[in-house]
Design a binder for this molecule. Structure first.
Ligand code: IMP
Ligand code: MG
Length: 183
């Protein structure tokens, strides 16, 4: 275990098993629509969700497009700034397509609330949200998620894509960062 990690919450094997379940659920959900020629876009929120989406895309059998948006709400601290900025916009035209938003972690929900509103203006056939983690945060916006990988405690989490000041994304497991690292 990395010296800055207080506790491992989800080991890589556990994560892969959960990703396989969500991938299979997506196959069930969208097989018919895609067989009828409807299109699906898997949209990841950079940079945290990129690793999750790469694994999820390979765990499902439906034909899909992969696209990326970059949003900024955090800076290098551990608390959301509340204002969300688009750093990189979506490339695909999502009009009439099924958009599956893949997020790393739902904390205050402000990022997803902003993103869903933004995407709705572009006329997709549907939007659903998949989040790898949902933090137990009492002040969370009400975001409907089709799939949640895991519920996690209200602490600062890193690994498997999640960072603190751009570090720890490449840890294969998800763990709690020792508070002395950021305090
Ligand atoms: P929200 O807008 O407060 O829901 O925050 C969502 C974004 O903040 C996520 O996409 C992450 O990039 C980041 N974030 C929130 N909590 C954590 C955490 O515990 N570790 C790493 N990043 C986090
Ligand atoms: Mg994120």
């Amino acid at each position: 275990m990395h010296k800055d990690i207080k506790e491992i919450l989800f080991a890589d094997t556990e994560i892969q098993a959960r990703v396989a379940e969500i991938g299979a659920a997506l196959t069930d959900q969208y097989s018919e629509a895609t067989a009828n020629g409807e299109e699906v876009v898997l949209l990841s929120v950079l940079r945290g969700a990129a690793i999750f989406m790469a694994d999820l895309a390979r765990a499902t059998e439906i034909p899909l497009e992969m696209d990326y948006m970059a949003l900024s709400s955090y800076g290098s601290g551990t608390k959301s700034s509340g204002t969300v900025r688009i750093v990189k916009d979506i490339t695909s035209d999502i009009k009439g397509k099924h958009v599956i938003v893949v997020e790393d972690i739902l904390d205050s929900g402000l990022t997803l609330q902003f993103l869903i509103n933004y995407l709705e203006q572009r006329g997709p056939a549907s939007i659903e949200v998949i989040t790898l983690l949902r933090k137990r945060n009492r002040a969370q916006a009400n975001i409907e998620c089709a799939h949640i990988g895991f519920e996690c405690p209200d602490e600062f989490i890193v690994g498997y894509g999640l960072d603190y000041a751009e570090r720890y994304r490449n840890l294969p497991y998800i763990g709690i960062l020792k508070p002395e690292v950021y305090e």
